[in-house]
Design a protein around this ligand. Structure first.
Ligand code: ZN
Length: 292
């Protein structure tokens, strides 16, 4: 299933994406929670009921009639992995790490497919990072590596948008803030359930900037694969349904280019992952200063 969160007539709902149509699960089974995190918190029962409702007569809306939200609009955690592709570590001037490099983004960064990435006035070096995003379905602590994939509800495309002049230029490196300006985490368009994606270690991942291919790799290049990331992080923090893990970006980011290739107003950034979908976001200029 391709699960989406969307808004129509000012009301938040969940649905299933099929082609360019959205089927309203909140109408098909009004007893289901109206947010995907709530559905995931129901465990296997939630996904089973969604699948059952999807078999019935569902009300379909055209994709362009609805406002897509981030599939999981309010996760408890957004966990990110740095330098998880060996050749991206090299282009960043870093050695491949011996253990995963973990940081996070604030949940206010989340946006859906079609929402703008808003350039902040405070940065001149905003960069793209195409990433496979894991959505946790079953929470847990100290999850063994060989059972870790059973804890995954599904996958999304993500863009770990990064202000390099904050991440690298500020004293000590402001990873959290440099990656947490509002709108710096587009995800979607859908949460594609694990059964449809199959092996998360064999997916082609690409980023296009204004239709030019700038990143092109495969998740078989991950230094620390999805199962290992879940095992590693859950030794420290209890994972809960709806938690997101951004798994790192392949080579080709803007800061590693000569000259650097940073985002400008009007740019179109597309992240495409095999079997997971196509996430599309325009870049907008800084918001106008408020006038007294
Ligand atoms: Zn990243």
């Amino acid at each position: 299933m391709k699960l989406v969160s969307f808004r129509v007539g000012g009301e938040g709902r969940i649905g299933i994406l099929r082609g360019d149509r959205v089927f309203d699960l909140s109408k098909a089974d009004p007893g289901l929670p109206r947010c995907l995190r709530g559905l995931l918190e129901m465990g296997a029962e939630g996904l089973r009921r969604a699948a059952l409702a999807a078999e019935g007569e569902l009300e379909a809306l055209a994709l362009d009639q609805v406002e897509l939200l981030p599939p999981v609009p309010k996760p408890e955690k957004i966990i990110c992995v740095g330098l998880n592709y060996a050749d991206h570590a090299a282009e960043s001037g870093m050695r491949p790490p011996r253990e995963p490099v973990i940081f996070n983004k604030l949940p206010t960064t989340l946006r859906g497919s079609g929402d703008p990435i808003v350039l902040p006035e405070l940065s001149q070096e905003v960069d793209y990072e195409a990433e496979l995003v894991v959505v946790i379905g079953i929470g847990g602590r100290a999850v063994p590596r060989d059972k870790a994939l059973a804890h995954v509800a599904g996958y999304m495309c993500g863009n770990d948008v990064s202000a390099r002049d904050w991440q690298k230029g500020k004293p000590g490196g402001q990873w959290l803030l440099g990656k947490s300006f509002d709108s710096f985490a587009p995800t979607g368009p859908a949460l594609v359930t694990s059964d449809e994606v199959g092996d998360p270690g064999k997916l082609r991942i690409q980023c296009r900037l204004n239709h030019r291919l700038v990143q092109d790799s495969c998740t078989d290049q991950l230094i620390f694969p999805v199962a290992e990331l879940i095992a590693y992080v859950s030794r420290v923090a209890t994972l809960t349904p709806g938690d997101l893990i951004f798994t790192g970006t392949p080579p080709g980011v803007g800061m590693a280019r000569t000259p650097p290739l940073y985002l400008h107003p009007g740019d179109l950034v597309e992240v495409e992952i095999e079997r997971v979908g196509l996430l599309r976001n325009r870049v907008a200029g800084p918001p106008l200063a408020s006038v007294e």
